[in-house]
Design a protein around this ligand. Structure first.
Ligand code: CUA
Length: 364
């Protein structure tokens, strides 16, 4: 063993021995280890159900999300390099350039070392530059001043607590589920009806704030078909966490088919479906018509358009699966599902609620 190695080991063991290890930190670590499975279970329960697609920025599925992901990788690589340099410098300083026990410290020359001062000014400036150049480049790339040629333009209106979508030029209006074709650029014009929200579908791109009194834009082209889950990302009141959305990316043919169905009148009621016919009468004579629009039935504009309600996979801003049971549960007491929801309970009987659910579920 070389004298240098011996000295290094002696110093390291002295350093560790100088740290007093009492029984208390070990006991705390044991308690933490015992609680780990419980904490893992709690985290799993607190997260989404297993059937929910993941909300992750680590599996980008659009050009915008890919640029942001690449930027993250690039900055992380620079950070890792800097971390490595700092660790090496720190190790050298502790083990090789420090004063030994009993030795007098050498006189400091730092105050007059111009080269050192220049180095620790220029070094951090270079780090900031290395990180800011790709960041600024990505910001400009993600916000083209004019929509790319052939863009699909959609007006997005954020409400407490749901999302409204209007497709420019086609008259299509829907809520909480945005259908887009794969490969085609999408230009979202984001507006708010009340407070500040934030549009965020992690696999399709970064957050964009939705601010009252102005239009913010988001441009992206999805690269892979699928269903991507999103969430309002700016605290906007009691049910902020219940303000979810889905983006359904489909082939151009599937999208065209969906658009055609959305533009058509709602499906005619089948005479055989007595519950739905009763539900239609209940709807037409209820206060529902003040807020909800159903083509040919009502003109409300304060709440989601229900013309093709049954074509959506979820309701109540993505909280519940679109089943007759969920619809009945929602109508019976919206506030119990989405605290603070502006839709009031209508005080209907159980039969009326289930008829209304049958009617809504017939609106394909
Ligand atoms: Cu809308 Cu949070």
């Amino acid at each position: 063993m070389t004298p240098l190695a011996r000295r290094t080991i002696r110093r390291a063991s002295g350093f560790l021995a100088s740290r007093t290890m009492t029984a208390e930190p070990f006991a705390r670590m044991n308690r933490l280890a015992a609680a780990a499975p419980l904490m893992a279970a709690a985290l799993a329960l607190a997260g989404c159900a297993a059937s929910e697609p993941p909300m992750t920025t680590l599996a980008p599925k659009s050009d915008l999300a890919q640029w942001i992901y690449d930027l993250m990788v690039e900055v992380t690589a620079w950070d890792a390099l800097i971390f490595l340099i700092v660790v090496v410098a720190f190790t050298l300083a502790v083990f090789f350039f420090s004063t030994r026990v009993g030795e007098a410290a050498p006189p400091s020359s730092v105050a007059s070392d111009l080269a050192l001062e220049a180095a620790w000014t220029i070094g951090p400036a270079l780090v900031v530059l290395m990180i800011s150049i790709p960041t600024v480049r990505t910001i400009f790339r993600s916000q083209p001043p004019v929509p790319p040629a052939g863009s699909l333009e959609v007006k997005v209106i954020a409400h407490q607590w749901w999302w409204e979508f209007h497709y420019a030029g086609s008259g299509i209006a829907t809520a909480n589920e945005l259908h887009i074709p794969v490969g085609r650029p999408i230009r979202l014009a984001l507006q708010s009806a009340d407070v500040i929200h934030s549009f965020w579908v992690p696999q399709l791109g970064g957050k964009r704030d939705v601010v009252p009194g102005q239009i913010n834009e988001l441009t992206l082209a999805a690269r892979v078909a699928g269903t991507y889950v999103g969430q309002c990302a700016e605290f906007c009141g009691l049910s902020h966490a219940n303000m979810r959305l889905r983006v359904i990316v489909e082939s151009p043919e599937q999208f065209a088919l969906w658009a055609k169905l959305q533009q058509a009148a709602p499906t005619a009621l089948s005479a055989a479906n007595a519950a739905a016919s009763d539900g239609a009468r209940i709807f037409a004579n209820s206060p529902c018509t003040t807020c909800h629009r159903i083509d040919g039935v009502s003109k409300g504009a304060l709440a989601p358009d229900l013309t093709h309600f049954a074509s959506r996979t979820t309701l109540a801003a993505g909280i519940l699966p679109n089943t007759p049971e969920s619809v009945a549960r929602w109508i019976a007491n919206p506030g119990a599902v989405k605290p603070g929801a502006q839709m009031p309970p209508l005080g209907l009987g159980a039969n009326q609620v289930s008829d209304l659910a049958a009617y809504l579920e017939s609106l394909k």
